[in-house]
Write a protein that binds this ligand. Sequence first.
Ligand code: ADP
Ligand code: RBF
Ligand code: MG
Length: 154
Amino acid sequence: MKTLPFFCRGKVVRGFGRGSKELGIPTANFPDSVVERLPADISTGIYFGWASVGGGDIHKMVMSIGWNPYYKNTKKSMEAHIIHKFKEDFYGDVLSVVILGYIRPERSFNSLDSLVAAIHNDIEEAQRRLDSPEYRKLRDDFFTPTRDHILNGH
Ligand code: ADP
Ligand code: RBF
Ligand code: MG
């Protein structure tokens, strides 16, 4: 995928309210304007990268891009689970992410348990891959404010 790494940001909006948080995997949803600007060659699927809320600390994240086949959504979404325990919700804050690598395609599951187990595997894979020196270096490079606008050409 030639457009990776891909950097984007947007205000966190309310998602489908399905209680992901109760499952221990809250996902911060990006607004439609950000979903619509995704480059064509970023296919739907599960990705990993780095994330920062409101310009704060940088954390590992996993992201789902697509139609959530388990729920048969009709609207494409982009949602990030940040691998960090936050003290409170951050709806309305600016979420910045850099998407670095692809994990797997989106798929449907026979049960919610199987979906949750798959997401836990994704989190483990992201944890492991983001520890490589190559991705650790990008962590520092990508979030320096002076470089943001250079990256995606606006
Ligand atoms: P929604 O359907 O509105 O997206 P979720 O159950 O997915 O609801 O919860 C998402 C919200 O939880 C985020 O918008 C954010 O405010 C909050 N949140 C707290 N911790 C995290 C986290 N580690 N990763 C992502 N969102 C988090
Ligand atoms: N939804 C799906 O329908 N199929 C998937 O394969 C899938 N994988 C996901 C992987 C990750 C890392 C995350 C954060 C979400 C994923 N989702 C998937 C979205 C999930 O259905 C959504 O976050 C729900 O709101 C969880 O209850
Ligand atoms: Mg969500």
